[in-house]
Design a protein around this ligand. Structure first.
Ligand SMILES: [Zn+2]
Length: 155
């Protein structure tokens, strides 16, 4: 079973207000799970993409995610693992897998050890108030270190 490995990015600008430290954890996912996520994204946007401006962020995202779907399908056929830059539509696209604890392993740089998904837990976070509030969830190791976090809503 081939894997997709990435390092959790800790410099996501949109979420710079995190009041907890997010660590650059090495995360291993099942390659097939991410291929399915990319493929269903491509499937659901295919009919709209021709009407999008080629300059738009959404169009660029579509082009890159289509490419990733092909790369992962190829790697899956070859049975080879793949390592991607976490910023490259990996971090945000894998959030459901992460919050369902559907990853394979995660390395906590602070504990300096690897955990299986069953050893980790998911916590909600939120800050701000009124129309300037946002929240999401994060994956923490048994010692409480944040190994992955993603915003899921803002007011
Ligand atoms: Zn830890």
């Amino acid at each position: 079973m081939p894997f997709l490995i990435f390092t959790n990015p800790t410099d996501i600008g949109a979420y710079s207000g995190w009041d907890f430290e997010v660590l650059p954890a090495r995360i291993t996912l099942r390659l097939e799970d991410m291929r399915d996520i990319y493929s269903s994204y491509v499937e659901s946007w295919r009919d709209y993409v021709s009407r999008m401006s080629k300059e738009s962020g959404r169009h660029k995202e579509y082009v890159r995610v289509s490419e990733l779907a092909r790369v992962l399908t190829h790697a899956l056929e070859q049975g080879s693992d793949i390592e991607l830059d976490g910023h490259d539509y990996v971090w945000s696209f894998c959030s459901e897998l992460m919050f369902d604890l559907h990853f394979v392993t995660i390395v906590c740089p602070s504990c300096n050890r690897q955990y299986g998904s069953a050893e980790c837990s998911v916590e909600k976070w939120a800050y701000g108030s009124g129309l300037a509030a946002e929240g999401g969830r994060r994956v923490i190791c048994p010692s409480g270190h944040t190994l992955y976090s993603c915003g899921e809503w803002c007011s």
